[in-house]
Design a protein around this ligand. Structure first.
Ligand code: MTE
Ligand code: MO
Length: 330
């Protein structure tokens, strides 16, 4: 059985990529067969995505709708790099509410109901308010931002997001003087998210940022990618994107944003505190306890490339952490 209750799982066994568990089952099977098959070789190397065509696809017609956005020209805010294929961005997903198998997420997420959708923005603010999703996209001009996304598992993509700065929304609700952090929560709905019926994680998925990180111009609330509304598997209808942090910080399908005066509880940190910290800044010099973070595989490429400090955004964000020991605050 894949989904074990947390009490039965040794912390060394949990990763945001339960692929670790898959891989062991998979290696056992390969060993039992007496040989590594082409498929198993593919799954443990960059060849895996070539087999994506064999995965189940949602029926056509349920897909994303067109979205107009002003492309951002500021090179500090948008990367000039080859984009990852739409098909890879939308069929190689981590979204544990649906599945721990990346290629299955798109299919499992096909019927997620994303309208109507309300996002509550509350806590230590002068003007707490619930926003309808479509109201949000009317309130703020949409921008296209091309960002690198680096997962703690050691892969990366380049994604043309459509969204608006989180700062725009926070300014509207006016944080109180004592505000220091912002917490985010994914929708909790076990009827729609099959894995929320089990205890793989302490649902709903929660994430958080320091207030200055939340106000940073790179921090985006995304409502789309590749000029279309967000596919369900990528966190429709609204997800966070924090490009200088590991991907697990970029929480999907958000329904609640809470400004607070203390550091919020966050899902992966609570599940495996030794492995996942609150900050989770991309850093090639700070290894994950079970693997190095020095290099990464860009999806669509075959050889690994060096991982960059703050995922290549050091010029913009390093000052946020001046004087902090990045090994201690991982
Ligand atoms: N609610 C929720 N948000 C989530 C996750 C998740 O499992 N549930 N996975 C995270 C991880 S580990 C990564 S790498 C990114 C993946 O985003 P993508 O599938 O759009 O590439 O989403 C993050 N946000
Ligand atoms: Mo991730």
């Amino acid at each position: 059985m894949l989904i074990k209750r947390p009490a039965d799982i040794k912390s060394s066994e949990i990763t945001p990529e339960q692929v670790y568990i898959h891989r062991r089952a998979f290696l056992r099977q390969a060993l039992a067969q007496g040989a590594l098959t082409v498929g198993s070789l593919a799954a443990t190397t960059g060849l895996y995505y070539l087999f994506a065509g064999a995965n189940r696809r949602p029926p056509a017609g349920l897909g994303p709708a067109k979205l107009s956005a002003t492309p951002v020209r500021d090179p500090a805010l948008t990367a000039d790099e080859a984009l990852t294929d739409y098909d890879d961005i939308t069929h190689y997903n981590n979204f544990y509410e649906f599945s721990t198998a990346k290629h299955d997420v798109a299919y499992e997420a096909r019927a997620l109901v994303t309208r109507p959708w309300t996002v509550a923005v509350e806590g230590d603010v002068h003007r707490p308010r619930a926003f309808d999703l479509d109201e949000l996209t009317r309130l703020f001009p949409l921008e296209e931002r091309v960002y690198r996304l680096r997962c703690v598992e050691g892969w990366s993509m380049v994604i043309p997001w459509v969204g608006f700065p989180l700062a725009d929304l926070l300014k509207l609700v006016e944080p109180l003087g004592k505000a220091q952090f912002v917490a985010f929560e994914t929708l909790h709905d076990p009827k729609q998210f099959p894995l929320q019926r089990g205890r793989l994680l302490d649902w709903p998925y929660r994430e958080g940022l320091r207030l200055d990180e939340a106000f940073h111009p790179l921090t985006l609330l995304a409502v789309g990618l590749y000029g279309k509304t967000l596919p369900n598997q990528n966190g429709a209808p609204l997800r966070l994107v924090v490009p200088w942090k590991y991907g697990f910080k970029s929480i999907k399908s958000i329904v609640r944003i809470v400004v607070m005066d203390h550091m919020p509880r966050t899902t992966w940190r609570e599940a495996v505190p030794r492995e996942y910290g609150f900050y989770a800044n991309v850093n090639p010099q700070v290894s994950h306890p079970r693997w190095s973070q020095a290099t990464e595989r860009r999806i669509g490429e075959f050889t690994r490339r060096p991982t960059l400090l703050f995922n290549g955004y050091a010029d913009q964000v390093a000052s946020l952490y001046a004087g902090m020991d990045l090994r201690k605050y991982y």
